[in-house]
Design a protein around this ligand. Sequence first.
Ligand code: PLP
Length: 495
Amino acid sequence: MIYQSTRNNGLTAPSSAAVLRGIAPDGGLYIFKDFSAMDFDWRSALEKDTLGMAEQILSALLPEFPDMGALVRRAYLNKFETEDLTPVVPVGGRYVLELFRGPTSAFKDVALSMLPQLITSARGIEDIDDEIVILTATSGDTGKAALEGFHDVPGTKIIVFFPENGVSAVQKAQMVTQEGGNVCSCGINGNFDDAQTGVKNVFAAVDAGNLLEGKGARLSSANSINIGRLAPQVVYYFKAYADLVKAGRVSVGEPIDFVVPTGNFGDILAGYFAKHMGLPVGTLVCASNANDVLTDFIRTGVYDRNRPFYRTSSPSMDILVSSNLERLLFLLSGCDDAYVAGLMAQLKETGRYEVTSALLEKLQSEFWAGCCDDAGTKASIADVWNKYGYLCDTHTAVAWNVAEQYAAAGVSSRPVVVLSTASAYKFPAAVLDALGIEPAGDEFRIMEQLQELTGVPMPKNLSGLREKPVLHRDVIEKDEILDYVLRKIAQPKWN
Ligand SMILES: *Cc1c(COP(=O)(O)O)cnc(C)c1O
């Protein structure tokens, strides 16, 4: 299967090169033209265990990698709380797909456990001696999951940029205490979009100026713009479906809906991939917080980032430019590279574009969208706890709230799976507050309060955080990112 840039049908690459580069040389994202080339046997995938399923799905999406089974085992064996990685739990007539049982209690672990394996393998396939320097912009969770995935992985280094005042104290503590000789995390005076734009600009500047020529290093990305980040996320849609079949809740072939708390549009796009690889999916419901740019887009066809940016209680979704949407636009436009390039140029220049009515119609035939603000998030956390005794985090609560709106709209009677993307203990103050208790003390004390109140055990990786020494203290301006990266790459020893 050939990958290519969303902005130029002529810029192609095998999957191994696409994983190594992260982003296409023209700033487009790597994508394939259609799903039929995969010829994917989805029924047989449903019968496998989790790792077997992952091997089959990842081999279809990334065919150049020779020993996917071994890579999958190295990525996942004994790293998650449960053998099946992503359990499904019935809650109040719906199902919650728990994606946060990994080493950093965030759903990003699913992909970022796998990506280092793909990158080291791709380095071999592509016969590269250079060290791979991973650059990552994070709204909180990607950063830690990427640091955890890449620390001490031979042939790689990783630099994570996070908004200095835009992540929770626990998220920040997770990143600045990260150990490993090849890791670095750095705060940015700006928001996530500033960090993400800054990182994208580094890729462009390094490419345009050959800035790493002869330096023994090349850049790659661990953001969901990397196809190696996206592909592992397809697996849990199949896994959730298989679990519901096994539990006798759905019969094979019966479509189900997924509600996805969305930021950069990676998670929900993986659901779209799963659907077009054959999985019986009805509607993909895109849930946003007060940063509702995607809700408006899916309802009207107008993408307009010229609007206030809100810091919400679900910070991993505080995003106004959802990068992965570009891949969906490419597929829905019938692989019209010039059209996508035009939209992206408009987005860059004016912050806005409008898609054709034909494209909007296709979009609306597969997606539904809703949003909720912090008050709605809070109400849903309380509701899910009081009615069903299930503790959910703020991001999951946004999705739950939108699932309720979706039910009220009466457009589907299919079973609904709500994706749960973080442990409640990653956002303890907001969750405790929603449960009617005033949070007191620092965030670690608040985590204990939450545990005392609910009896839901705190994940082990979070409970030891307070005692860990801070190892990373850099904070820079958003226009200093390129200099910072070049300076770090020139430094022989990091920690
Ligand atoms: C990253 C993240 C999301 C959003 O996922 P996207 O793939 O960026 O849409 C939602 N919830 C949490 C907790 C996250 O970390």
